[in-house]
Design a protein around this ligand. Structure first.
Ligand SMILES: *[C@@H]1O[C@H](CO)[C@@H](O)[C@H](O)[C@H]1NC(C)=O
Ligand SMILES: *[C@@H]1O[C@H](CO)[C@@H](O)[C@H](O)[C@H]1NC(C)=O
Ligand SMILES: *[C@@H]1O[C@H](CO)[C@@H](O)[C@H](O)[C@H]1NC(C)=O
Ligand SMILES: *[C@@H]1O[C@H](CO)[C@@H](O)[C@H](O)[C@H]1NC(C)=O
Length: 590
């Protein structure tokens, strides 16, 4: 992923530039500054994926192979900061996508064709079952990017511990019309009707002010690659995209399209999803559309205010704090599974003091919604094996206007699944059309503490007992053209008493007809210390936030239901469980 320019740290910390000092000063914290830093007590996630220590960013090359799940990830083995030139592929394995064992680093930047970093890429399983890693290497002081391949030294090793980079690398050199630092992140390859391999690579084409493109390369033998004349897709509006992901989805109600690219050719009956990570916004966007498997082009099918040309108007997997997502087809359960990086949103000082930075979201199952217009996402079912104590099971409860009800027993490691029912939509506020383009701004203007008609209602999580600190995850329903528009927000305004923490407003619309849904809407939230992952409307709108409450150090977090609208909100169903700590890259003595 990510070109980390001189302002690298800013991208990583999401616009927190003011907080970040040049890296030369990072080793010289004053005592006072050090004392300010929280050391991560109560903050380290208990079931999200992260290495035992140090920095991680993009998920790389996820796959299921010979009974084992593999996750590779961008890893700096030397510390808790990005460390562009030292980036390696960390490697962990799992049987259930929940508990993970750390293996040795799979790729480190030691070859002439990657000695300035082994950057992001994907795995492809070749005929006969041989996995191949395709990744971006940075080769020289100009940090020119090329694409390399690596294979397991011993394909019979069930854990694929040892990887070999053939001396014939790079397999794809920098094209003449692409600036050196803008050519990266190969996808999983697939086979076309002509029996040739194809893969997509992100590039800025046509000089420093070029066009954000996703190029297609073709090969007979996975070693000699040739670029197609036409790109898969270009977006003039974005200056650079990275981490492309292209995958088929089954039409609603059919069994087709269940095979992932890695294992089969595309059939005309499927539609496809193209996801692009827009570099300068650190946000992922996707469109559902048509992939032409002869021309290798993708045409998005957009609706409403979205545009074909500008990928920044597309839908998002997650309207919160995630980036550089990557999916894989899980042949064990015939499902597509999505990973994505959720970086820290406090300062680099904090990362250094804690000794770690960055988590992956809980893997999500992804499928095409029955409306054919949007994807739905849901935490993989395996996460439910961590459920321990069922702390709440309510039916037909009420949250009165202005009310707050505690879900007692729920805390910093909790899974909450609720359905809210709105007895009357009469009081819904009127929607203004200019809000359509910027749900995030609307969430900023109408946060949890701005009383409304129907909503805000939802959850207060990672809350101190006195509610001084809390993160609000909520819905608000507006009246719009004789219909209703549902907004979902995660409001961090009161998430922590600490300063120097980035508290963005996060929000997206939930694309459902709430009247057709019995005036009901569901909310599932996975709470994990500093991670709050929420799935609104059955996974139609997802928001992940990173939070750093001070009270968390005392292991004393609470969860509440709240309603700041003018009418009653019914909770037609509510279940909540405490979640156990997963074994995630735990270091055992040998
Ligand atoms: C990479 O690691 C070396 C130490 O081996 C260090 O001197 C250098 O600053 C690191 N580079 C980056 C970009 O972090
Ligand atoms: C990102 O780049 C595009 C195209 O150059 C530009 O229009 C846009 O303002 C940039 N956005 C940010 C947040 O820098
Ligand atoms: C609900 O609104 C009142 C009035 O603005 C405010 O004092 C209270 O903090 C709000 N509740 C939440 C959870 O924001
Ligand atoms: C909170 O829990 C953590 C991890 O279980 C433990 O290390 C820490 O001592 C606890 N803190 C308090 C104040 O109980």
């Amino acid at each position: 992923m990510a070109a980390r320019l001189p302002l690298a740290a800013c991208i990583v910390a999401f616009h927190l530039c003011l907080l970040l000092l040049p890296s030369s000063s990072l080793r010289r914290l004053s005592e006072a500054e050090t004392a300010e830093v929280r050391h991560g007590v109560g903050i380290r996630p208990a079931y999200h994926f992260l290495p035992a220590k140090n920095w991680q960013n993009d998920p790389n090359g996820p796959m299921y192979h010979n009974g084992v799940y593999h996750l590779f990830y961008q890893y700096n083995p030397l510390g808790a900061t990005w460390g562009s030139g030292n980036l390696s592929w960390g490697h962990s394995v799992s049987r259930d996508l929940v508990n993970w064992a750390a293996l040795d680093i799979a790729l480190d930047p030691t070859a002439p064709f990657d000695h300035n970093g082994c950057w992001s890429g994907s795995t492809t399983i070749l005929p006969g079952g041989m996995p191949a890693l395709m990744y971006t290497g940075r080769i020289d002081n100009a940090k020119v990017q090329v694409q390399n391949v690596a294979f397991p030294r011993n394909p019979a090793d069930p854990l694929l511990r040892d990887w070999v980079k053939p001396a014939y690398n790079p397999v794809i050199s920098l094209p003449a019309d692409v600036p050196g630092e803008y050519f990266r992140d190969p996808t999983t390859a697939w086979v076309g009707r002509d029996s040739m391999w194809r893969m997509a690579i992100a590039a800025k084409v046509g000089g420093p002010n070029g066009i954000a493109s996703t190029l297609i390369y073709r090969s007979k033998d996975f070693r000699h690659w040739k670029r197609n004349d036409l790109p898969l897709y270009t977006s003039r509006a974005a200056s650079m995209v990275e981490c492309p992901d292209l995958f088929p989805v089954a039409e609603p109600g059919t069994e087709e399209g269940r095979l992932g690219y890695a294992s089969g050719t595309a059939s005309g009956a499927m539609r496809h999803v193209l996801k692009l990570s827009v570099t300068n916004m650190t946000q992922d966007y996707y469109a559902i559309g048509r992939y032409d498997d002869v021309a290798d082009t993708f045409v998005p099918e957009v609706d409403g205010e979205r545009s074909v040309e500008d990928c920044r108007t597309w839908r998002r997997f997650d309207y919160g704090h995630v980036y550089a997502s990557k999916s894989f087809f899980d042949t064990r359960k015939n499902r597509r599974v999505l990973w994505a990086w959720a970086s820290e949103s406090d300062s680099q000082y904090d990362d250094l003091a804690r000794g770690w930075s960055g988590v992956q979201i809980v893997p999500r199952k992804v499928w095409l919604d029955g409306d054919g217009k949007q994807l739905r996402q849901w935490p993989i079912e395996e996460i439910e094996t961590l459920r321990r104590k069922r702390v709440a099971a309510l039916q037909e409860a009420h949250v009165n206007a202005g009310g707050v009800n505690e879900i007692s027993g729920a805390g910093a490691q909790t899974d909450v699944d609720a359905i809210f029912e709105i007895p009357s939509l009469e009081e819904a506020e009127t929607f203004e059309p200019n809000w359509l383009l910027d749900p995030q701004k609307l969430c900023e203007e109408k946060g949890a503490c701005v009383p409304g008609g129907v909503g805000p209602f939802g959850l207060l999580v990672m809350a101190s007992g006195d509610l001084r600190e809390h993160t609000a995850v909520f819905f608000r329903v507006f009246r719009h053209n004789r219909k209703y528009k549902v907004l979902m927000c995660t409001d961090l305004t009161r998430s922590t008493g600490r300063d120097k923490v980035y508290k963005a407003p996060y929000g997206g619309f939930v694309d459902i007809d709430i009247e057709q849904h019995q005036r009901s809407i569901s909310l599932r939230t996975l709470i994990d210390h500093s991670v709050v992952e929420s799935f609104g409307g059955g996974g139609r709108t997802c928001i992940t936030a990173r939070v750093y409450p001070v009270h968390a150090e005392n292991n004393n977090s609470h969860v509440f239901l709240f309603n700041n609208g003018t009418g009653i909100v019914k909770v037609s169903r509510l279940e909540a469980w405490t979640l156990a700590t997963a074994a995630v890259n735990v270091v055992h003595g040998g």
